[in-house]
Design a protein around this ligand. Structure first.
Ligand code: F6P
Length: 342
């Protein structure tokens, strides 16, 4: 079996760990692998990067040795023909696409065109449906929690409110989890946007109780409205560039105006996607990579291995990409209760 591998979308700690598991298990079965460069673009252009003979060092290596990108082959009128030519030229039997909702959305459409694909669910946003967690989320939560812990000591020393802007365009999982784990006093996410006057009230209450400092964790997509849609640049999948909105700084400025308290804003940015995967993600990535090979072996295409409870089970790509998995009410209630609102 000749298998093409690609990593697409925002890079995520654990991509290389998945590749390692694929190579270890696949080579034992006698499979041959080709790594395509930069996601779907590499598959369209037939451009490869070499994969290591000994994949051991990939276990804890951040980023992706195959590089990643946000190219959507359906935006190129010749995109699908180019992919078909590459499959023919390399005599590929199947493809493993490692990515989030955009990447696996493409994988699902290609499946419907008869291309034999297996997906692997990644994203620090954790917004892919049909899996309890995507790989990379746990690492990003760990990084963001560590940042909140650190920001806390300096906010307290200087009696300031520090607003920490975290990634997450439509889904607030990362902000919610790290906000709870890092003890943020206000948690702001796109799905359940607390009104600004509630933010003011919560901080005012802290000051009145003698705690003249605070931490606000905010998702980049909090407060996003259609007005923003018109003004900002979009990527090939139609997502606007959230960092241009600068919501963290806006909240810090408005809070200073309202309460006349010292505020600062930081944007955690790509640090959340950098460095080695956590121990939890290393295990998850290993299980997902091995399971992907089993799906190929069993001829189960158009699927991805998913985490359901403690088990890894195959699910249809069509189901995984049908809806975005956003924060549910039960999780949001936890945040409300810990903020003292409910
Ligand atoms: O999808 C993952 C993600 O990290 C989002 O949370 C964020 O909005 C986006 O990617 C940032 O994209 P880029 O790396 O292209 O700036």
């Amino acid at each position: 079996m000749k298998v093409g591998i690609l990593t697409s979308g925002g890079d995520t700690p654990g991509m290389n760990t998945v590749i390692r598991a694929i190579l270890i298990h696949g080579k034992l079965l006698g499979y041959e692998f080709f790594g395509f460069k930069g996601g779907w673009k590499g598959l369209m252009d037939g451009e490869t990067l070499s994969l290591p003979d000994d994949p051991d060092d990939l276990l804890n290596l951040g980023g992706t040795i195959l590089k990643s990108g946000r190219v959507n082959p359906y935006k190129d009128p010749e995109g699908i023909n180019k992919i078909k030519s590459t499959i023919q030229n390399f005599e590929l039997d199947s493809i493993i696409a490692i990515g989030g909702e955009d990447t696996l959305g493409v994988a699902n459409k290609l499946t419907q065109e008869g291309i034999r694909i297996v997906g692997i669910p990644k994203t620090i946003d954790n917004d892919l449906d049909e899996t309890d967690y995507t790989f990379g989320f746990n690492t990003a939560v760990t990084i963001a929690t560590d940042a909140l812990d650190k920001v806390k000591t300096t906010a307290k020393s200087h009696d300031r409110v520090i607003v920490v802007e975290l990634m997450g365009r439509h889904a607030g999982w990362l902000t919610l989890y790290s906000g709870i784990a890092g003890g943020a006093h206000v948690i702001l996410i796109p799905e359940y946007p607390l009104p600004f006057n509630t933010v003011v009230e919560l901080i005012k209450k802290r000051y009145e109780s003698g705690k003249e400092w605070g931490i606000i964790a905010v998702s980049e997509g909090y407060g996003f409205t259609e007005e923003h849609e018109e003004h900002f640049i979009k990527d090939e999948f139609g997502h606007i560039r959230m960092e241009k909105i600068n919501i963290g700084q806006k909240i810090a400025d408005e809070l200073k105006n309202e309460l006349n308290v010292p505020t600062r804003a930081i944007t955690l940015g790509h640090i959340q996607r950098g460095g080695p995967p956590s121990a939890y993600d290393r295990v998850l990535c290993t299980r997902l990579g091995l399971a992907a090979i089993n799906l190929l072996k069993d001829g189960e295409f158009g699927k991805m291995p998913a985490l359901k409870g403690t088990k890894i089970i195959p699910v249809d790509l069509a189901d995984a990409v049908a809806n975005l998995k956003t924060v549910d009410e039960e999780h949001w209630n936890t945040a409300l209760q810990i903020m003292g609102i409910k």
